[in-house]
Write a protein that binds this ligand. Sequence first.
Ligand SMILES: Cc1ncc(COP(=O)(O)O)c(C=O)c1O
Length: 395
Amino acid sequence: MSIDLQRVRADTIGINNRLHFNNAGAALMPTPVLEAMTGYLRREAEIGGYETAIEQAERLDGVYASVARLLGAAPDEIAIMENATIAWQMAFYALAFRPGDRILTAQAEYAANYVAFLQVAKRTGAVIEVVPNDESGALSAEALERMIDERVRLIAITWVPTNGGLVNPAAAVGKTARKHGILYLLDACQAVGQMPVDVAELGCDMLSATGRKFLRGPRGTGFLYVRRELMQRLEPPLIDHFAAKWTAPDRYELRPDARRFETWENNYAARLGLGVAIDYALSIGMSPIMARCRLLADLLRTELLRIPGVVVHDLGVERAAIVTFTVGGVDAEVVLARMSAEGINVSTSKPSSTLLDARARSLPSIVRASPHYYNSEEEVLRFVQAIARLAGSSR
Ligand SMILES: Cc1ncc(COP(=O)(O)O)c(C=O)c1O
């Protein structure tokens, strides 16, 4: 099934204003998402916030089913959060570590996750170990298998890192985790929305993601998946009276489902927008979305490589729709500013966001261009021409 490009572009008002290659930052929301959210907010203004939540309870509850469908999970395994970081933290900080426990992670791990590893290591005496890469630059599943012993308490990796098209072998990691009965926390923040995600296939116990990136949902949304069999063993690091019922003066009872990781108050309009964004993506189909994302990203890489002075930095054999590069002699922030002046949105990735990987490869700040399925081939070529002009004028 191919994507009806005309329809999806008609649903994307932002393309009339900008050439948007910052989908790894925040994608352009399609009109149905915008309308669901503004409609909900209007209703809150018209009849009241609590009253709207009661009126729209079924739609709001349906968001859990939408997230579950996206991941191949069940609704009771889903918590809806305000971002991917909180989702990840809730899972990670729910685990108890002892001195000598090993946390295995990937070289291109995201800064927010890594500083949390460091804090927990400092507090508990757990140790952090980085799984070496294979020759393509992806995490080596064979090396991981060789590192396993009875002290490995957690495998926590990022599937698609923030700083490039690399796709780590998340399902192969899951096989090792399952085989040895080790907990596996997967950061799928940059993967959801641009490729199919199936938690059973991935073999992960916990998975975190965000709404605003490739899913095209609103900012300030994210979610956590926790495998049902694990739920009762995970006490959230922070709780309120929504996560746990106050049943007696000296007792509380945690919710049985993943909503034990949530708190009472929420941005319901944003939640609804998240649900609509997921339904929109699923109605197009995650496989066609992945195929088109990769086609555009590959075209972009091929064309960028033709420009003298441009170096593409993406690792791995399998590559997602995050294209990172430098333009010889031009600082990444200058590239961003010059593109912005031409109505083109990109972002930059600083070494500190993936410190280990950046140090290992001596990477400076790099430009991150992330197309999505709703972008056109013409936009890719227009972007490449703008970069070629910039590279030419800098020589
Ligand atoms: C790989 C990765 N993980 C986690 C996050 C954090 O997501 P959020 O900003 O929704 O907390 C990001 C954001 O850029 C990311 O790229």
